[in-house]
Design a protein around this ligand. Sequence first.
Ligand SMILES: *[C@@H]1O[C@H](CO)[C@@H](O)[C@H](O)[C@H]1NC(C)=O
Ligand SMILES: *[C@@H]1O[C@H](CO)[C@@H](O)[C@H](O)[C@H]1NC(C)=O
Ligand SMILES: *[C@@H]1O[C@H](CO)[C@@H](O)[C@H](O)[C@H]1NC(C)=O
Ligand SMILES: *[C@@H]1O[C@H](CO)[C@@H](O)[C@H](O)[C@H]1NC(C)=O
Ligand SMILES: *[C@@H]1O[C@H](CO)[C@@H](O)[C@H](O)[C@H]1NC(C)=O
Length: 366
Amino acid sequence: MGKLKCITMDCLLIFTLLVTKIHHVHGDTNVTVTFLDTAISKGAVCLDGSAPAYSYVEGFGTGSHSWIVYLVGGGWCNHISDCRARSSSRLGSSHLMASQTTFSGILDFDCTSNPDFCNWHKVFIYYCDGSSFMSDIEHSHAKNLTFRGARIFNVMMDEMLAKGMRNAQNAILTGTSAGGLATILHCDKFRKLFSDEIRVKCISDSGFFIHGKGHHGYKSREQFFGDVIKTHVLIFQTFISWPSPCLQRAHQRGSRLTSLVLGGVTNCTNNLKSCSSTELGIMRDFRRTFIRTLERRIHSSPKRGLFVHSCYLHDHVLKSDEWTCLTVANRTMRQAVADWYFDRTSFREIDTKSDSPKNCTNSFCL
Ligand SMILES: *[C@@H]1O[C@H](CO)[C@@H](O)[C@H](O)[C@H]1NC(C)=O
Ligand SMILES: *[C@@H]1O[C@H](CO)[C@@H](O)[C@H](O)[C@H]1NC(C)=O
Ligand SMILES: *[C@@H]1O[C@H](CO)[C@@H](O)[C@H](O)[C@H]1NC(C)=O
Ligand SMILES: *[C@@H]1O[C@H](CO)[C@@H](O)[C@H](O)[C@H]1NC(C)=O
Ligand SMILES: *[C@@H]1O[C@H](CO)[C@@H](O)[C@H](O)[C@H]1NC(C)=O
């Protein structure tokens, strides 16, 4: 059974010696997918029973002992029927995944736009379990469906350790959205893969979800995440330690997330201009509670960092424009993350200029 540390509700492999092909495309780079077929015998499989997958590029030069592991997001499935539908999509079956993925943002190979991490070993882990890599049901009651996200995480770590991650001097676990939540929930486990003197940190991008009890729409949030937990048979635990997540946005963007705040889908969820004053009020209110909850979580450890902006955006670290140009307190995201990661300076900043969601679509890299 999987274990889900309580944050959500308070709150929220050696085989494939394939040569990774790299295609340079306008600065961004596509990397081919590797299917971890050896994981099948270990029961570490996607919802449909297919092999889990990753894309990997070897580090070099000063980055040859540094590793960055990225967990991609894609929401969660909250009912068997929803998980069944997902099992016939790229989010539930590696048979349906694209044959390559773009490495950009924090995974970019360009040392001009990504000076601190460009030459690191980079791993992109695909998401196909629908539970933020948390589920582990031995015998599923649902026909043709397997819930093994936690095992996928474990076999992926074993694969990377065998590829050389066990000799890492620097390591980062990061992820976005459902992958950002997975980053928080797996951070302690990731830390334990390395000895104490190794610099290991976790960067959760848009992965901190709050309950917001009493706030507008909390019943639907409670219902949604409660159903995810029930469907994947996740167990709540008291949240004990949470080493340093760094990125966050103060507004829950994306129509599904916004609807969980507003209590339903409205025109406002996709177009800020059409939001009523009531809706804007609900979002401002939610933001305040969100920030208060975040600060309470962050407070107990001086090592934790925060990068909280007010843009109506979700997922950032693979988006080159946002990675290089989105700023909070005059520091770009990549500067803030690197300064914090390398302990050059701490970074705990919240944009307080705007308490309403801002449409920042055209304001990057001006
Ligand atoms: C790179 O990968 C992305 C994502 O799979 C795809 O949309 C794009 O077409 C690929 N580009 C090239 C040049 O193959
Ligand atoms: C399970 O898979 C089998 C073989 O593909 C198929 O015939 C059957 O309809 C599936 N059952 C469900 C409940 O999807
Ligand atoms: C949403 O937008 C559509 C099309 O612009 C409009 O017909 C509808 O009245 C709007 N709904 C609300 C609740 O504003
Ligand atoms: C933000 O502005 C752009 C350009 O004006 C528009 O296309 C987009 O729909 C807006 N996004 C939201 C969420 O309002
Ligand atoms: C950011 O830079 C501007 C212009 O250099 C300065 O006026 C402002 O005080 C700075 N803001 C912060 C939060 O450091």
